[in-house]
Design a protein around this ligand. Structure first.
Ligand code: EPU
Length: 292
């Protein structure tokens, strides 16, 4: 097979993706690779383009559900240290697309840089967070972002300055397949005060969301600022089950996958919740979770 000539050491075939996702569900990726550095990544993206192989980047798998039949084409993970660095210079932070958002938040607080505390306990990578503009009430990653380097489908590296970036509720204009790194501009504050805010946020989040379960983040977006969790609860759907998939009793916008669950169970439960909320409350829910 000449398809991956020169990439034999990094490309794996039929890699199970369940172990790379928070739901721990779903089938394999046809091809899977963890390049060691940007040059190798760019060469691989170019090869995928030349060969007409569809390609996508997997972050930490906390906002996706992989279908039971798996994913055709190439799945790339930016797990190598070259993609996960975090650097602070004055009020600026530069980090790789593969860096964990949680580490970015705690590094900022430790360095006395304010802005990101509200994002504590959001899982995933910086790349994933930017792609979907991760955030909480009134705060998101996009508002602090001043520059993003991306790799296009054809393998070209582009620097996108702030003027060229648009962020909205759980949405960004970053539609290139790879987010290589980004720069955030934060504000100075007292690290002790920031630590207190971080701890407070952490306690609130822990009390309101299921943690330590097999689940991803919120399944649906909040329609026009109304909490989807509140709507699902009002529709009487907490605890609703299909197979091994259950609507969380703690926060109704989370679906818990029990060990025997399949992706199909989760997908069927999503459809059920959507149709019941529409029927009972007249509101259309839109997915925040990505289905692969
Ligand atoms: N609520 C209910 N029942 C529920 C869930 C929530 O009545 O089952 C009520 C709560 O009591 C509260 C209101 O709804 O009065 C808002 O709840 P919460 O503070 O949990 O916020 P949310 O709007 O449900 C959003 C984000 C979360 C983020 C929290 C942080 C979305 C879809 N969700 O949730 O983000 O962590 O704010 O406050 O934007 C995610 O995006 O994956 C995610 C988890």
């Amino acid at each position: 097979m000449g398809l991956w000539n020169g990439f034999e050491k990094i490309v794996r075939q039929d890699e199970p993706l369940a172990m790379h996702t928070w739901f721990q569900l779903g089938g394999p990726a046809e091809y899977f690779a963890e390049p060691a550095n940007p040059d190798e990544l760019i060469a691989l993206v170019r090869r995928c383009h030349e060969e007409g192989v569809p390609m996508r980047v997997l972050g930490r798998g906390s906002n996706i559900l992989v279908r039971d039949e798996g994913v055709p084409g190439m799945v790339i993970r930016l797990s190598a240290p070259a993609f996960c660095g975090i650097e602070v210079h004055k009020d600026m932070m530069a980090a790789g697309g593969g860096a964990k958002l949680g580490r970015i938040v705690t590094t900022a607080v430790h360095e006395g840089l304010a802005g990101l505390e509200a994002l504590v306990a959001i899982p995933g990578t910086l790349g994933g967070a930017l792609h979907g503009n991760a955030g909480t009430h009134g705060s998101d990653i996009g508002q602090w972002t001043t520059r993003v380097a991306v790799v296009t489908r054809t393998g070209e590296v582009l620097e996108r300055p702030r003027e060229d970036l648009e962020f909205a509720y759980r949405e960004s204009s970053l539609d290139e397949p790879v987010i290589l790194n980004a720069q955030l501009e934060l504000e100075r504050d007292d690290p002790r005060e920031l630590t207190r805010r971080l701890q407070k946020q952490w306690i609130v989040r822990k009390a309101s969301q299921p943690m330590g379960h097999q689940c991803a983040g919120c399944v649906f977006k909040n329609p026009r600022g109304v909490s989807a969790g509140d709507l699902i609860e009002r529709a009487g759907l907490k605890g609703t089950r299909i197979g091994g998939a259950v609507v969380s009793d703690r926060h109704a916008n989370f679906i818990i996958a029990e060990p025997e669950a399949s992706s199909q169970d989760v997908l069927r439960l999503i459809d059920l919740v959507r149709s019941q909320v529409h029927e009972r409350l007249g509101i259309e829910l839109e997915l925040e979770l990505e289905i692969w």
